[in-house]
Design a protein around this ligand. Structure first.
Ligand code: AMP
Ligand code: MG
Length: 372
């Protein structure tokens, strides 16, 4: 359980340029928005500070995107590599031309259909956007989130809020305010707790600064949905390449990410073969004196003799699997397991996005089964 009373004592210690501070957590109901909390968030953002808030994808760590010093605080709080650019969040499509150039018909169609929503588009940037926000790139990533708390915070904060996931860099993205607190308590003055997020995986990123629209990160808006709206769309060649011979175009996609502390391995193939192989691996690990975790669908979670089995959702409901994945990955950090085996979840609208995150969490370690 997570309560609003989590307030850290001020620690007068300065490390890595972070001033440790009190972290206030305010619960906000999406349907009856506490305007005082939104106004408070707005004041902090306009003064160049940080606020964590919910979006429909994951919790974001916001700063004024047009203020380089404010954006720099995000990198410090997250421990994020400075070449990993930030997504700028807006509250109205009319704000787009302030920060983006060469907005074409593809962008108009996509924004009309999917904004507000889990789609980020990449454009040439205007001079309004500092290089400190784009990691030195001449392009800018932009999204309008579908969450009333997020939209309120963006408006109150001046209209342009850089907001990467509100986690320590490398850890699974936060899907609950308690995850944000776990990672950022003492480093951010305010966390708005809007309850569990709806989607649970980060937005789809599509690059429109190139002639052929290119997906740099899969998400809830799938490749067929994009193609149906604008025609030709390709996947970034660097996405599926774990060997590193083709670099992913989104700088952030090259980093190990979403990772639990224990070693994670994915077992792929048809479900019967996967279950049998995971059972065999559990036995083998036990013989070596290891504690084992398993990530499974509801349907098969009773099949394993492991120390900790976590069900991520029904196999047929890929949206539920997406929504629970990061909480399940984080949960293992509180279990003393040495190794985690995961079933595969490649089907449905979210299949590509789920497998992209799982593969990254597993450092691309996949065990194939004979029958698969
Ligand atoms: P996060 O905000 O933590 O979800 O991560 C943002 C992702 O967007 C990272 O993978 C970045 O590398 C990517 N990104 C942001 N801006 C750009 C850009 N201008 N060009 C390519 N990728 C970008
Ligand atoms: Mg992130």
């Amino acid at each position: 359980m997570f309560h609003t009373s989590f307030i850290l004592e001020t620690v007068k210690e300065v490390r890595y340029n972070i001033v440790y501070m009190k972290t206030e957590v305010i619960q906000v109901d999406q349907l009856h928005i506490n305007q005082e909390a939104i106004a408070k968030a707005g004041r902090i953002l306009r003064a160049g500070g940080l606020v964590a808030f919910p979006t429909e994808t994951v919790y974001g760590l916001g700063a004024n995107a047009l203020n380089e010093e404010a954006a720099a605080k995000i990198y410090a709080a997250k421990g994020r590599p400075s070449d990993n650019p930030l997504i700028v969040h807006i509250a109205s499509a009319e704000s787009l031309p302030v920060i983006a150039g060469q907005i074409d018909e593809r962008a108009r169609r996509l924004s009309e259909k999917f904004w507000p929503g889990p789609l980020t588009m990449i454009f040439q940037k205007t001079d309004a956007v500092p290089m400190g926000t784009t990691g030195g790139l001449g392009t800018v990533a932009v999204r309008m989130p579908a969450n009333n708390i997020a939209l309120g915070v963006i408006r109150a904060g001046g209209g342009f809020v850089a907001a990467p996931s509100a986690n320590t860099s490398g850890r699974p993205s936060p899907t609950l305010a308690s995850h944000v607190y776990e990672d950022l308590a003492g480093k951010v003055p305010l966390i708005l707790d809007g309850g569990p997020v709806k989607i649970g995986l980060e937005s789809t990123i599509v690059d429109l600064s190139v002639p052929v629209a290119t997906v740099l990160r899969p998400g809830a808006i799938s490749l067929p949905m994009l193609r149906e709206t604008i025609g030709e769309v390709q996947m970034d060649a660097g996405l599926g390449s774990e060997s590193g011979e083709v670099r992913p175009k989104a700088p952030g996609m090259k980093y190990r990410h979403y990772a639990p502390r224990a070693e994670l391995m994915i077992v792929s193939g048809n479900q019967r073969a996967v279950t049998r192989e995971i059972q065999r691996l559990c036995t083998e690990a036990h013989e070596q004196g290891k504690r084992v975790g398993v990530i499974a669908a509801e349907e098969s979670c009773g099949d394993y003799d492991a120390d900790c089995v976590r069900a991520v959702g029904c196999r047929a409901d890929d949206a539920a699997v997406a929504a629970h994945l990061y909480d399940v990955l984080r949960g293992f950090d509180h279990e003393q397991v040495d190794v985690i085996y995961s079933e595969s979840f490649a089907d449905g609208q979210f299949g590509q996005a789920i497998m992209n995150r799982l593969l990254k969490a597993a450092g691309h370690r996949v065990i194939g089964t004979e029958e698969g």
